[in-house]
Structure formats: structure tokens, C-alpha cells
Design a protein around this ligand. Structure first.
Ligand code: 13P
Ligand code: SF4
Length: 373
């Protein structure tokens, strides 16, 4: 999805690192407790160092839902994360995304028109009231609203199994979008096999399926993927294992199923971080996720060998859009009383998206993470 990010003023683009640092520091000091900066693990080092709380998308959503202190929440992440934070915060709390072009190519692979068309197609073939729609967090608020209104829920990479088990206790089938890999990987951990799933291609009539397919399948998996995680291949695992026989392979569940099957551990970005932190000195770990996070973990643990599973760099180009000039501009605009880049979800959409997000939060209750500052 194309969004319009206004070009930054020279004040920010021409500023030195030290100048940007002092702008951000001054704005934070001025805003004090009125401000919270949230940072996803894929953010660059120079951005994440300013975050009051860091996490995977579940942890950051929980933080937004539980934090009533700040009236300005600056989300250093991507658009769907900022939308979810807006949906989960109080009306007097405003969420800002430093660069409006920080989207997610996977989230853009399912739009509301396509999902509504799919639902109507399913309705023509089966009892659609027995289908529970589940959307991955990486989706627009409109899709979250769709699942909320149709008895479904949101899931993230850290709770997909819990949410899918909940869904199958309420219906016979799951329509899962937009990431086929997270859907497939989770279904397989629940004991389902290839015969239980079909891939719905939103660009073909009736998803490129037959009526018989939707009757037989328990999981209808949207044909979407993450361009970063699909690059990891079994050959990378073979190569790193032959170079380091003791290596532990840790991957994100957005990777393809053949990669996930070969890995030693599979988890959300927060879980990956926990595993790497807890590994003993001398451990060799190859990680299949975004490169900024992998490099940060490697720098934080000089006593361990932490490498990217794919030796060629694997960045998330949209996460990378958030930088210090955009952060400084966003913060100074808030201080100046003329905020920019507010992410505000329409009330009607927000109502049902909140229902879907709250179902997930209730299913996976955990304590609120503490602030870093
Ligand atoms: P996490 O919820 O694991 O942080 O994943 C978000 C994401 O976009 C991974 O590509
Ligand atoms: Fe989206 Fe993939 Fe980037 Fe995650 S890594 S934000 S799924 S494009």
C-alpha cells in the first residue's frame, strides 16, 4: 500500500548524528511521562536505543493495551503495529509512526475486498458460520475488524497455536490470512498434515480451488508470505551445519515449512532473543530472521557466535525506513503542538478490530512488560 510520507525538512536531513541525538534527547526530556517510544526488534540500533519498551508484535500490543500513562505513543515499527496500538489505547492517547511509508509487504498481500470476496465464495460452497477467520497481526485494521465481526481473532507468531486451537473449538475450519507459512507451521505442530490444508490464491477465481477442496480442508491458508523470511532455505541450514556441526538453528515461524522442520527452535522475535540471551558462552547459533536483529544479538554476545542463517544480508526494507531524522521530526512536532504522522483507525473499524485483538489478549494473558526508561 502506498502512503504519502511528506519529505523531511533540511533541519533533519542535513543534521549530524550529534545534532539528531540532541534533538531527540531534548524532545524526550520536554515530553517526559507524556511520551512512550515503542521499538520492534527489527529496528536499527540508532533507533531502538531510544525505545522505552522493545518487543515482538505481541509484547508491544500488550504494552499499548496496558499503558495508560502516556498520551503520545511513538511506534518505531511498521504500520500494522501502530494501527493495533491505536486500537488498543484510550481515545486520548495518540499513536505516531515516524515514517508513513513503513508498511509491511506481507500485510499488503491481503486486502479487505479480497477477504470479503473469499468469504462470499466460501459461503456459496459451505456453511460459512462454521469457518473461523483468523488474521495474523501483520494485517490492516480492516482485516482485524473483519475477523472480529465474524467470530474470529488476531494471532501473532508467539501465540498462533493457542489461537488456532481456540478457533477449532468454535468451528470446523479456519480461514487464516495473510501468512500461509505461519498458518501451515502452526497447523503442523497441532498434528494436521498437508491433506488438511489448501492454499487460497486471492488472485484467481474461487482461490484457484474446487468446492471439494474447501469442503475437505480444515485450514484454508491465504497465499501470502514475508519476503524477508521466505529467503531462508534448507540449503542454508545444510551449509551452516557442515561448517559448524554444533550449531543451533533458530528461525521465525514465517519461514517456509521445510526450513522450520529442519530448525532446532522456532519462535517469535522475542523468543529468539530470549533463547540467544540464555545460550551458554561458546554457543554457535544461526538465526533465520531479520538482519538488524541478528547483528544486534551478535554484538551483544561477543562470547557466542551468532550468525545469520542466510549469509547474504536479509533486511526488512520497511522497518528500515524508520531512522533518527524521522524520529526527531516526529518528536519535535509533538513538542511543538502540531503533531505529524498520527495513525488513527476509524471508529467503526476500530470497534471490531479491538474485539479481535482483545480475544487474542484474553487467550494469552501475560503480565505487562516494564518500561526500560
Ligand atoms: P514478531 O511478532 O515475532 O516480532 O514478528 C513480527 C514480524 O513482522 C516478523 O516478520
Ligand atoms: Fe512484514 Fe516481513 Fe518486514 Fe515482518 S519482516 S514487517 S512480515 S515484511
Amino acid at each position: 500500500m502506498v502512503r504519502l510520507q511528506a519529505p523531511l525538512a533540511d533541519r533533519y536531513t542535513a543534521a549530524s548524528e550529534l545534532e539528531l541525538e540532541s534533538m531527540i534527547r531534548a524532545a524526550r526530556a520536554e515530553l517526559g511521562d507524556r511520551l512512550v517510544i515503542l521499538g520492534h526488534h527489527y529496528q536499527r540500533d540508532e533507533v531502538i536505543r531510544w525505545a522505552d519498551a522493545t518487543g515482538d508484535s505481541f509484547k508491544l500490543a500488550r504494552f499499548a493495551a496496558d499503558n495508560r500513562r502516556a498520551d503520545a505513543i511513538v511506534f518505531c515499527g511498521v504500520h500494522f503495529m501502530a494501527e493495533s496500538a491505536d486500537v488498543l489505547t484510550a481515545p486520548d492517547q495518540h499513536v505516531y509512526l515516524p515514517d508513513l511509508n513503513a508498511g509491511c509487504s506481507m500485510a499488503d498481500m491481503a486486502d479487505i475486498d479480497q477477504v470479503e470476496e473469499c468469504w462470499a465464495d466460501l459461503d456459496s460452497a459451505i456453511d460459512v458460520t462454521r469457518v473461523v477467520p483468523i488474521t495474523y497481526m501483520n494485517s490492516s485494521a480492516a482485516l482485524k475488524a473483519f475477523v472480529g465481526e465474524h467470530g474470529g481473532a488476531v494471532c501473532t507468531s508467539s501465540n498462533a497455536r493457542t489461537v488456532l486451537e481456540w478457533a477449532l473449538a468454535r468451528g470446523d475450519k479456519v480461514l487464516f490470512f495473510p501468512d500461509q507459512h505461519l498458518g501451515r507451521n502452526t497447523a503442523r505442530t497441532m498434528g494436521f498434515g498437508e491433506a488438511d490444508e489448501r492454499v487460497w490464491n486471492p488472485h484467481r477465481d474461487f482461490g484457484s480451488l474446487e468446492e471439494r477442496d474447501v469442503k475437505e480442508a480444515t485450514f484454508l491458508l491465504w497465499k501470502g508470505h514475508c519476503s524477508v523470511h521466505q529467503r531462508f532455505r534448507p540449503e542454508h541450514i545444510d551449509a551452516v551445519r557442515s561448517e559448524h556441526p554444533d550449531v543451533e538453528i533458530v528461525v521465525h515461524p514465517e519461514c517456509a515449512h521445510d526450513v522450520v522442520t529442519m530448525a532446532d527452535r522456532v519462535g517469535s522475535t522475542e523468543r529468539i532473543l530470549e533463547w540467544v540471551d540464555a545460550a551458554p558462552a561458546g554457543a554457535v547459533i544461526a538465526v533465520g530472521t531479520e538482519i538488524h536483529m541478528v547483528k544486534r544479538m551478535a554484538n551483544a554476545h561477543p562470547d557466542k557466535t551468532i550468525v545469520s542463517l542466510d549469509p547474504l544480508i536479509c533486511p526488512c526494507s520497511t522497518m528500515f525506513r524508520i531512522d533518527e531524522p524521522h524520529l526527531a521530526c516526529t518528536l519535535e512536532a509533538i513538542v511543538g503542538g502540531a503533531p505529524v504522522n498520527r495513525i488513527a483507525v476509524d471508529d467503526d473499524v476500530a470497534y471490531w478490530a479491538r474485539v479481535a485483538l482483545q480475544r487474542m489478549l484474553e487467550l494469552t494473558a501475560t503480565p505487562t512488560p516494564a518500561l526500560a526508561r
